[in-house]
Design a protein around this ligand. Structure first.
Ligand SMILES: C[S@@+](CC[C@H](N)C(=O)[O-])C[C@H]1O[C@@H](n2cnc3c(N)ncnc32)[C@H](O)[C@@H]1O
Length: 279
């Protein structure tokens, strides 16, 4: 396989002493970052021209993430601030920490695909008028809730029969929906080298992208297979279509099976008029 992937979602263990079973999450800093460097370099080799990567990390590692991507040939596009809609981690000598980063970079100067997504973001209190046609997604993501630990993680969090979380680092469906929809087309090939619970796969499958998942822990691999076998209502991406309905080329990028649902949403006259204006 060479230069095949159009998108990689890189969500590695953050080296913060979490229990991953097989993986040691207490590596010396130098070892960890040289591992990340060799990975980013291999992924770059395996990426199609114009293909992209989203490297997720803790805010405190921003400098290392940007350096690692730059030194392995990637071109920087955005540093995405994901505020996760949760409360801040209090700090004694500095401001409380409230976000995680996603570095978005491409192979070559420009991404081959960048779909400008528009969402129905509720207006901020200082905005005078409601936004009747939505807004373009920016590099600050305030509208995606992380699956917090414990009870508040909600329906989407995978659990054992006695209610325990299967994977504390499970990414939200909405996060992958946004990333995959913005940077790929139906039929494109998506890679997740740290698949965890397979969130990338379950979203890619519904959006008709081809997915390639790697996971070290065999019990997680079982979970991924089950999850992919039958889409649970909590994993169903159709719930986001309404929120993204102002995206001008939504019908072309959503995948054949979701087209009727999008058409239904767009059938309101005002929306059709708006979309015509965008053409
Ligand atoms: C942060 S979690 C990813 C969570 C994932 N985004 C999800 O939605 O579930 C990182 C995952 O990487 C796995 N992992 C650790 N070392 C690995 C390796 N060398 N190869 C593949 N997977 C690995 C861990 O078992 C863990 O499930």
């Amino acid at each position: 396989m060479s230069e095949a992937f159009h998108l990689t979602f890189l969500d590695p263990p953050f080296n913060q002493s979490k229990d991953y079973g097989v993986h040691d999450d207490r590596l010396p800093e130098k070892t960890y970052w040289s591992w990340m460097k060799s990975l980013c370099s291999k992924i770059h080799d395996l990426t199609a021209p114009g293909g992209v990567i989203f490297f997720m990390q803790r805010e405190k590692n921003t400098e290392m993430v940007l350096r690692t991507l730059r030194e392995t040939g990637w071109h920087f596009q955005n540093l995405i601030i994901w505020t996760k809609m949760t409360s801040a981690v209090p700090q004694r000598h500095r401001f409380g920490k409230q976000y995680q980063i996603l570095a978005f970079a491409s192979k070559g100067e420009k991404p081959r695909i960048f779909n400008r997504l528009r969402v129905d973001l509720p207006p901020a209190p200082h905005h005078k008028k409601p936004r009747e046609e939505g807004v373009y997604v920016t590099d600050v993501w305030t509208d995606i809730r992380e699956l917090t630990s414990g009870f508040f993680a909600g329906e989407e969090a995978l659990r054992t029969s006695d209610g325990k979380r299967i994977h504390e680092q499970q990414s939200p469906i909405h996060l992958l929906f946004r990333i995959i929809l913005a940077t790929t087309l139906p039929g494109d090939l998506v890679l997740d080298p740290f698949a965890g619970t397979g969130t990338t796969g379950i979203v890619a499958k519904q959006l008709e992208r081809v997915y390639f998942l790697i996971e070290l822990n065999s019990s997680h691999v079982k979970v991924i297979k089950q999850r992919l076998n039958k889409v649970r209502p909590a994993d169903d991406v159709t719930k986001y279509l309404h929120y993204y309905r102002f995206t001008p080329n939504l019908l072309e990028i959503i995948g054949e099976s979701l087209v009727p649902k999008v058409r239904e949403l767009l059938s309101k006259k005002s929306l059709e008029e708006y979309l015509r204006k965008q053409e």
